[in-house]
Design a protein around this ligand. Structure first.
Ligand code: IFM
Length: 469
């Protein structure tokens, strides 16, 4: 695998023209700024495997993926990319690509037991990994919760139980005491919308419950967990940045009619304001409860102040837009556009949406902290042919989305970096291993990594940028 990675730099230095470059940003792009961080992201359950090694306890995703019919082809994260055993070579690969930042997540069930007792072996794994990243000069961004809730907490109600928020603060305490000094940025949660809505609202994700009232209550406890954790992280690891990562939806109206315009607004309330209003305005958007009447969560005195404490950064994950029309009542319905470019997920490729949500947030939230694009990328059915993966659509996708980021920066949005989703192909939740989001291909039968052409071109750009005086 290390050979695959070093092959990239060899190819670049031997024959730069062989990589005639459809990726490099134009000369006036903000991406040439050396302090604009370019990295890649992964998440624990999607890559680690080793689900029952060294004292790791079951997570809700172990349970969910073992339930027939929940994940495509019955795939599970039991082995995934075997990163738990191959982490050193994976860090070498990341470094050889010249990527400057790495966003990873910690598996909560790996590092403490049900009584809150630390699991040394699990903690040591993350210490080794983070220390090695620091030795390589890579900026580290650590997400505490990327969906792998310990099953023992779900057995006591999971995110429907307010107590889980306090258990999360204990977990944040342990991690920030143990890992202080090796983490540049802490994100409390990844995509609480997915945890709350897909996990408790429609059941497409673990734990697979489906009730609108569950979704809003789970969201409240997730955001409370975030708010309780931030001061703990600040106390234990003052030098690092603290933030949260939200997935953002762009909703466009199918027509100019007032009803369809309202539908697009409600789509963005449901996807974006549901999370961002509590964080940056200290209140839930009332339109949400017009969309979902009777789903107001139980909120105790002081919760909204806890949730809306100032942050050092906001992570934005962006993938696609959704075109919507009024459903004739008080909601919206998807109206998929025909003849548009789509990815292996069926998601529309729509870079303008990234620019538009970013500039929109700057107008809406006056206390917005600096932004990192913590995930952006696409799935394609990539194949290794003669030892190479020519992922042409991804190269173009990345170039266009990075151009949208540049436009947002030029419009005054403070964006400090961008993480590719994902470093390597991995377990794509309910879609198992069929959907390939990586800039590095993984052959799951051999665990061989093959650097895709998109990663070669990102590496080439980073090398050029570094070489500039
Ligand atoms: O793979 C996921 C990731 O875990 C969270 N954000 C979206 C990605 C693609 O679906």
């Amino acid at each position: 695998m290390a050979n695959d990675a070093s092959a990239v730099s060899d190819a670049i230095s031997r024959d730069p023209d062989a990589l005639a470059d459809p990726f490099t940003p134009p000369a006036d792009s903000s991406l040439w700024r050396k302090n604009f961080l370019l990295g890649a992201a992964t998440a624990s359950y999607q890559i680690e495997g080793a689900v029952d090694e060294d004292g790791r306890l079951p997570s809700i995703w172990d349970t969910f993926s073992a339930t027939p019919g929940k994940v495509l082809a019955g795939d599970t994260g039991a082995v995934a990319c075997d990163h738990y055993h191959r982490w050193e070579a994976d860090v070498d690969m990341l470094a050889s690509l010249g990527l400057e930042g790495y966003r990873l997540s910690i598996a909560w069930p790996r590092v403490m037991d049900a009584a809150g007792v630390p699991n040394r072996k699990g903690l040591d794994f993350y210490k080794r990994l983070l220390n090695r990243l620091k030795e390589k000069g890579i900026t580290t961004s650590v997400t505490l919760y990327h969906w792998d809730l310990p099953q023992h907490l779900e057995d006591r109600g999971g995110w429907l139980n307010r107590d889980t928020a306090y258990r999360f603060a204990d977990y944040a305490d342990l991690m920030s005491r143990e890992l202080a000094g090796t983490v540049d940025a802490w994100a409390t949660l990844n995509e609480p919308w997915c945890s709350a809505y897909l996990g408790y609202g429609n059941g497409h994700h673990a734990p697979g419950l489906a009730d609108g009232r569950f979704a809003t209550q789970a969201m409240h406890h997730l955001l409370l967990a975030h708010g309780l954790a931030v001061p703990v992280l600040r106390a234990n690891d003052p030098a690092s940045q603290k933030g949260i990562v939200a997935n953002i939806g762009r909703g466009t109206a199918n027509s100019d009619s007032a009803a369809d315009q309202r539908a697009a607004h409600l789509f963005e309330v449901q996807h974006n304001a549901w999370i961002l209003d509590p964080l940056f305005k200290g209140a839930y958007p009332q339109d949400l409860f017009e969309l979902w009447p009777g789903t107001e969560p139980l909120v105790l005195d002081g919760d909204m102040q806890t949730i809306s404490a100032p942050l050092d950064f906001l992570g934005i994950n962006y993938y696609f837009r959704t075109n919507v029309a009024s459903d004739g009542a008080h909601g919206f319905r998807d109206v998929p556009l025909e003849g548009v470019e789509r990815t292996q997920m069926g998601w529309e490729v729509y870079p303008d949406g990234l620019r538009d949500v970013l500039t929109g947030f700057k107008r809406t939230y006056h206390n917005l902290p600096p932004i990192y694009i913590t995930e952006n990328g696409m799935a394609s059915d990539d194949k290794v042919i003669d030892g190479r993966v020519d992922d042409t659509q991804r190269i173009s996708f990345l170039k266009r989305h990075l151009a949208a980021v540049d436009q947002a920066i030029k419009a005054g949005v403070d964006i400090r970096g961008y993480f590719l989703w994902s470093l390597m192909d991995n377990f794509e939740w309910a879609f198992g291993y069929e959907r390939r989001f990586g800039v590095v291909h993984v052959d799951y039968s051999t665990q061989k990594r093959t650097v895709k052409r998109s990663a070669e071109l990102v590496a080439k750009f980073l090398k050029e940028r570094k070489a500039r005086v």
